[in-house]
Design a protein around this ligand. Sequence first.
Ligand code: TRP
Ligand code: SF4
Length: 329
Amino acid sequence: MSRKVVLSGARPTGSLHIGNYLGAVQNWVKLQEEYDCYFFIADWHALTTGYEDTSSYKENISEVVKDLYASGLDPEKCSIFLQSALKEHAELHLLFSMITPLSWLERCPTYKDQLVQMDEKNIRTYGFLGYPCLQAADILMYRADFVPVGEDQLPHIEMTREIARRFNFLYENVFPEPQPLLTKAKLLPGLDGRKMSKSYNNTIALKDRGEVLRQKVMSMITDPARIKKDDPGHPDICPVFGYHKMFNEEEVESIESDCKAGKIGCVACKKNLYNKLSVAMEPIHKRRDEIDSNPDMVREILEKGTANARKIVEKTMGDVRRAMKIDWE
Ligand code: TRP
Ligand code: SF4
């Protein structure tokens, strides 16, 4: 019995932050032990909204690969590759674009939301409308059984299933319908208490350590009602406490009661958190040092992953062209 296939993609946003790690990548690291895993950098997807300024494109890709490796993805256990290294993703996207009704794309909630949210960017393009169709090609190419994603991606998985059904109905049964694996978002707030996000500039990057990490932790907002050290605090609304829950399980209870009783100060509480975070992130930083000091490693990881992916891709595209009777010669 061959193992079930898991596939997921990450847009090359540059360095990953600990929210990305806890919300997604940590789960990928577990999945690689049990499944046949394909994890790729969706660099063409990044172009759909970022086509105007591509100055950090390559740097961002290499940062993501480094952080995926640092997080514990093991190139011996899973395939890590770049979407654009396998041009067949574009071919399958093109073929899917022939059979995907415009209305499916136009009614996609992520499409409608982004048009409003990214009002200042011109994303009224053909490519951006087709975003979910490209994602369907990414997923169905590997006949993935499971796609670990956050809740925001569910409409895209649903459309992938619809495109698979439509293809199978029009031609032949080539594609299984993938299931989403919903990653329970572990809520880790940003430094300012809002959702951690690059666009809010409130992140702790996976690679942050030492003085950079210490200053970020010390700059976190706390319960605004605490002015003096002995003012009673409300840990439940304090982002620092949220981090203690995640990274300092042993002391959560005592911190909670000491904070409520006004027995610890926020500065000490943050120093403590900085120490705990440093220890928790040490294995990630070690792997990051390893890949940073080895200039060929990013390329080697991608080459190995691409070679694995290529085998699947060639088989699928052969089946697709045959099913559609467009296999000329
Ligand atoms: N749209 C996904 C995101 O923004 C990235 C992505 C592209 C993806 N292709 C995929 C995720 C295929 C899962 C499977 O997070
Ligand atoms: Fe937050 Fe700690 Fe200050 Fe309490 S003592 S408000 S948990 S930083």
